[in-house]
Design a protein. Structure first.
Length: 198
């Protein structure tokens, strides 16, 4: 398999939309509280086959999400409330790519988010965020439908902490046996497939 074919196969394997299952943080190999996202964050991660991505994670605990805030903001809103939301939210988007080294496969390897085009953390605009990934599949229907694709991501944060994020692929459905089936449109254009069906 040529290098380009291998990269295309990896991109096809990873492309899709994933929901955050959990986030853990460590410092020097020791588990620490996740000060960024709290105990039960929510998030979505999307990789397009054309090479773009977006990541959005937010804390869900009420002490990090003042319920009085609306968008757009009101002049009477507390800057402290908005700062609190900002401290516990991460959102960025831009191109993504996989490493061209021989160890990167459809099941594990390294990838790059960036250079990041937009980010709610100003310092992140223009940087590259490097992560190691591994792809897993559920073997039983406990917790998720059998065959659900799980994505494990490891990253190092600005403060030296290492984060491990587990994601569950969500752009699919289940069959009569509760097996997960990917969305048939994920690897193609809905318009193209509609035209071919005429």
């Amino acid at each position: 398999m040529s290098s380009d074919s291998k990269i295309q196969a990896i991109v096809r394997a990873l492309a899709g939309t994933y929901a955050l299952i959990n986030s853990t943080a460590t410092l020097n190999g020791v588990s620490i509280p996740d000060i960024a996202f709290g105990e039960d964050p929510v998030g979505l991660l999307t990789y397009t086959p054309s090479g773009f991505m977006s990541l959005n994670i937010a804390a869900t605990q009420s002490q990090y999400r003042p319920a009085n805030l609306t968008f757009p903001y009101n002049e009477t809103d507390s800057k402290q409330d908005w700062a609190l939301v900002g401290q516990h939210t991460l959102s960025y988007a831009g191109p993504w790519s996989v490493s061209h080294d021989d160890s990167t496969t459809e099941k594990s390897g390294s990838l790059v988010h960036g250079p990041i085009w937009m980010a709610n953390v100003p310092k992140w605009t223009g940087i590259e965020e490097h992560s190691n990934y591994s792809v897993h599949e559920t073997k039983s229907s406990e917790g998720f439908p059998k065959g659900t694709k799980l994505l494990r991501m490891e990253s190092k944060w600005d403060n030296g902490n290492e984060g491990v994020l587990w994601w569950r692929r969500v752009d699919g459905s289940t069959d009569e046996n509760d097996n997960w089936i990917p969305n048939s449109l994920i690897n193609g254009s809905p318009l193209k497939e509609a035209d071919e069906g005429k």
